[in-house]
Ligand binder design. Sequence first.
Ligand SMILES: C[S@@+](CC[C@H](N)C(=O)[O-])C[C@H]1O[C@@H](n2cnc3c(N)ncnc32)[C@H](O)[C@@H]1O
Length: 354
Amino acid sequence: MISNKSFFNNSKVIPVDQFIENVLYNKKVGYYSSKTPFGKKGDFLTAPGISNLFSEIIGIWLVSTWHTLGRPKNFNIVELGPGDGTLTKILLKTFQKFSSFNQATNIFLYEKSNLLKKLQKKNIKNLKVKWIKNFTSIRKGPIIFFGNEFFDAIPIKQFFRKNKLLLEKHYLLNKKNKIDEIYKKASKKYVSQIKKFKILKNLKFVEFPKLGFDELNKIIKKLSKLEGGLLLIDYGYLTPKNKNTLQSVIKHKRNKLLDNLGKADITSLVNFNLLNEYFIKNNLKVKKVVTQKFFLEKMGIIERANNLSKKMSFKEQSNLYLRLKRLLDTKLMGNLFKVIFAYKSSKDNFLGFE
Ligand SMILES: C[S@@+](CC[C@H](N)C(=O)[O-])C[C@H]1O[C@@H](n2cnc3c(N)ncnc32)[C@H](O)[C@@H]1O
């Protein structure tokens, strides 16, 4: 068993986001450094693992976006947090059917976990794909960033409003080596940052993705120089929850947040209207947030499934439609998962949102 002490950076008290950052990404004991989380034998399944149709549709959306941007000769796409590499693996296959697009496109993967980077390299094996630690080497041509379940995996800060005072939630390592929750007066920096967002006003419980915004800032900086955009698909909400949305899973089952630290995945629900406000404040245009069901259907996922199924046996057809149902059903992933596209371009006719 990993000692709780390993997640505390040699201190006794740390804010929620720093604690979870250690639990997930510490190079020795972090979840993403020691375990492959995906698939039946892992802890959870994501859309690319459910059906290749999902990745194909993202591929078609990328090709359509290249068309919208005027078929540039030099086009860059960056997958954020590629997991086991399945999405990009299927994209490469899909892109073979679009030769001018394929020739114009450079593919980059942005991954934090060394263990997952190794797995991606093993699964992808294609010289066209480059792994990058930052975006400085991309200097020419429009750029599209995209990530599935990227943002939910970046730890958040949590605050509680007591009367007019904002308190930040911390974890404390007590004398028995157990973890307690405590609240400390929030620093002025966060009080003033949180005040700037209309969507966070009057909430008793505030979740603030400081580390997520740090990542977005790097992307926004790039988009201030190059034309392009950022597509995020994730589970989340439009109306603030006003409560703790951190959740932990292990072997496809819910787990108590502080149990199995380093062995279970921890995520939070994404506040899509906060993202929307953030992008607008940073001079990007934003398409109306839509559900995964809306986006995938608009991009033709049902027609694609119908086409594929024509050559399939009954058993294969059942499997295909069962997986499609999982992606689209409003009681399964269809509504909970949402899609946001923020962009900097004089063009507006990007597909999937209207
Ligand atoms: C929940 S997984 C999703 C994986 C994949 N996109 C999928 O849909 O299966 C989150 C991914 O984001 C990566 N990640 C999280 N934070 C990151 C960061 N700050 N920079 C780069 N990658 C990050 C994780 O290591 C992992 O690959």
